[in-house]
Design a protein. Structure first.
Length: 365
């Protein structure tokens, strides 16, 4: 082998070694430092895994349709008192905040001219009466004509009518209480000139009191006169009782409610008009209702449904709801006594899903 060929072979072998070493750097290989590390991938969840839930067994319960609404205390009667005619206030005979009875004289305006006229006519009354008695005696003796006696009668009757007119005029200058009640604050001073539009004082009838509140229109055919309700006054936990006596004749088109009024016996004078009250109204009772806890119901696609526990699986049932209270909802269609209704985890449940009951109890109100 000549020298040229020898060196050619050496070059080829060297180039091959170089290429081999270079390729080793680019070929993936196991990192010796990490070859013992095992990357653990999470196991895929099992399909239709059982869900732990709680449930209730249905039985018939007493369910009451109760309303909890707000209302106001109102006086049975209230009026702003004023004189029937104009004049100067000459007497104020009441104390602000005092209790008065029907007919009590509260104030007067100047009536001197009317009083003088009354005295004059009352003085003439005796004269007219004596004249009629004389005419009557003469008539019995046929000493006067029937016409003369009738004229004396007419004059006496006319005088009585005139006296009545003057007394009525005087009464218009007296301010009297139209009913029993409590007076408010005085709005005029002694000596002031007043007219029929001038308010003198407000009179409020304190017993009984009215409780006024509004209820949804669906109760328009349920609430009747005589229905009883309980209420508490803001800031006072004592529960009081009132009786419905009237409902409005129409529904308010803006609020879709109608107004109800009840009477409360305030003989102890403990309540005052204007107070805010919380009303608890029992409208209907269902002694044998089927009801489920409100959290068991799912509203979906315009329907209400619950899940029943059957053979270890969840089975959905479409229901029709009735009334409800704070914790239970009446079911009028779809369920029966003895059904086991799932009450927890309902949003995670699917039709036919396996379930495990952690706790089961009887439904109760």
């Amino acid at each position: 082998m000549n020298k040229t060929l020898k060196w050619t072979l050496v070059g080829v072998v060297g180039a091959g070694l170089a290429v081999g070493l270079g390729l080793r750097n680019f070929i993936p290989h196991v990192n010796e430092d990490l070859k013992d590390e095992v990357v653990k991938q999470p196991k895929a969840p099992k399909q239709n895994r059982a869900l732990n839930v709680q449930a209730v067994v249905l039985d018939r319960v007493l369910l009451a349709d109760e309303l909890f609404i707000s209302g106001n205390v109102m006086p049975d009667e209230e009026v702003s008192l004023a004189f029937e005619t104009s004049g100067k206030v000459t007497e104020i005979l009441f104390q602000e905040g005092a209790y008065v009875r029907k007919g009590d004289l509260l104030a007067k305006i100047n009536d001197e001219p009317q009083q003088a006229e009354l005295r004059k006519q009352e003085a003439q009354l005796k004269l007219f009466q004596d004249r009629m008695y004389r005419q009557n005696a003469l008539l019995e003796k046929e000493a006067v004509s029937e016409e003369a006696f009738q004229e004396a009668q007419a004059n006496l009757a006319g005088l009585h009518a005139e006296i009545d007119r003057v007394k009525a005029n005087i009464a218009q200058r007296e301010l009297r209480a139209p009913f029993d009640g409590v007076l408010g604050l005085r709005e005029v001073s002694l000596g002031a000139y007043v007219s029929p539009t001038t308010p003198i004082v407000k009179l409020t009838k304190m017993n009984p009191l009215k409780i006024e509140f509004s209820v949804p229109e669906r109760y328009s055919g349920v609430l009747k006169a005589g229905a009883r309700l309980n209420f508490t006054v803001e800031g006072d936990l004592e529960e009081r009782t009132a009786k419905v006596y009237a409902t409005d004749s129409r529904v308010n088109m803006d609020t879709r409610t109608f107004t109800v009024r009840a009477l409360y016996d305030n003989s102890d004078g403990a309540l005052f008009p204007g107070r805010y009250v919380n009303v608890n109204l029992l409208t209907r009772e269902y002694p044998d209702a089927i009801a489920v806890p409100s959290q068991a119901i799912i509203s979906e696609m315009g329907h209400d449904k619950v899940f029943l526990y059957k053979g270890g699986k969840a089975e959905s049932v479409i229901i029709t709801k009735g009334i409800r209270n704070e914790s239970l909802v009446q079911v009028v269609q779809g369920l029966e006594v003895g059904d086991t209704v799932i009450t927890t985890g309902t949003m995670q449940l699917r039709e036919g899903q396996k379930v495990v009951l952690d706790a089961v109890k009887q439904v109760e109100n």
